[in-house]
Design a protein around this ligand. Structure first.
Ligand code: PMP
Length: 351
């Protein structure tokens, strides 16, 4: 009978990480460029004997580096094991009422998994037909709001006025803005943290800082909201961040020039790719991220195109809800990778 006491969950399924080399991997929105050269330099100097000791539980060096970069104080910053960890702890911390939390019907598919895992009631708000978010839909009673901006997997960015409208309408609940992709062209909601105590901005090193494998995410907000988050973290696991992540994360944040140049390269490749995909007959919401969410309007099915790409060593991500089942999400790789993608698509579509 022990199983009747078990918390049964339907887990989130991440994009695959195949072991095959020489793959053009456009399925999990990783950055095609390596982290800052300062990161590898520091890595070769890490003292392995320090691994004997626990890492700093307050993660201060990394929080300090982030605070400096974003003109904040250390107590405005929280760090975790990727933004998935930060978001999970945030759900557990802030969504503790009987009222449903609100998020779009098409968005990051981990939100409903965390809500289910923590028994948080939720309501999904349908995006408009063109996948845009209507801020007015979030002006109603709720236990919290979560908006990915830009949204995933659509790639669409909601202007900062829209985010402020949601914040202003919800003084009684926490509004989490998940900015995993903000560095690829959008404006962050960070500027509102002094004005709205109920705002938590979440970002990650996994995309724009090329460090998905190190697992570093962070949240920024007023000191009070960060303290609540930190209290819950310290009630689960004091030592979330390992020592190399803390040390290497600092170097990645400090090398702003490298960060900006990588983001620019990804943006320019994205814009070129948009032109090519449109030429081939794909339509897509206008992405402000490092991926494009595309639908083919000709006589080949999405699954056929994805399978043919795979045969050619190119993997993309497919989702299967009613509103997403005709779409593929294609991450932005290097210029060469995207040229190979476009040639492969030409072959598949016109063969
Ligand atoms: N938020 C969104 C919208 C994402 O797409 C992802 C990537 N899967 C994450 C958060 C989590 O990223 P990470 O845990 O690597 O920081």
């Amino acid at each position: 009978m022990w199983e009747s006491n078990v918390r049964k969950v339907v887990p989130y399924v991440p994009g695959e990480q195949p072991k095959i080399s020489k793959l053009i991997k456009l399925n999990t929105n990783e950055n095609p460029y390596p982290p800052s050269p300062r990161v590898s330099e520091r890595l070769s100097n890490l003292n392995v004997s320090d691994f004997r000791k626990y890492p700093a539980p307050d993660c201060e060096i990394l929080r300090e580096a982030l605070a400096k970069k974003y003109n904040l104080e250390t107590d405005n910053v929280f760090v975790g094991v990727g933004s998935d960890d930060v978001l999970a702890v945030a759900f557990l911390t802030y969504f503790n009422s009987k009222k449903p939390i609100l998020f779009p019907d098409v968005t990051y598919s981990f939100y409903d998994v965390w809500a289910d895992t923590f028994n948080i009631p939720y309501e999904t708000i349908p995006l408009n037909e063109d996948f845009s978010i209507n801020p007015g839909d979030y002006f109603k009673e709720n236990g919290g709001v979560v908006i990915a901006n830009p949204n995933a997997p659509t790639g669409l960015y909601l202007g900062i006025d829209g985010i402020e409208a949601v914040l202003a309408a919800n003084p009684d609940s926490v509004v989490i803005v998940d900015e995993a992709y903000i560095d690829f062209g959008g404006e962050s909601a960070l500027k509102f943290i002094d004005k709205y105590e109920n705002l938590l901005v979440v970002q990650t090193f996994s995309k724009s800082r090329s460090m998905a494998g190190m697992r570093i995410g962070f949240a920024m907000g007023c000191k009070k909201i960060i303290k609540y988050l930190s209290d819950v973290k310290f009630s689960i696991n004091s030592y979330t961040m390992n020592m190399p992540s803390l040390e290497l994360g600092v170097l990645a944040v400090e090398d702003d020039e490298y960060f900006v140049s990588c983001c620019k390269k990804v943006i320019s490749t994205r814009e070129w790719t948009k032109g090519e995909l449109a030429r081939l007959g794909f339509t897509f919401p206008d992405s402000m991220t490092n991926f494009i969410f595309v639908k083919y309007n000709g006589d080949k099915s999405r699954d056929h195109i994805a399978a043919e790409l795979r045969k050619r060593g190119i993997i993309v991500r497919c989702f299967n809800s009613d509103r997403t089942k005709e779409y593929m999400r294609i991450s932005i790789g290097t210029d060469d990778e995207m040229k190979t993608l476009i040639s492969a698509l030409e072959e598949i579509l016109y063969a």
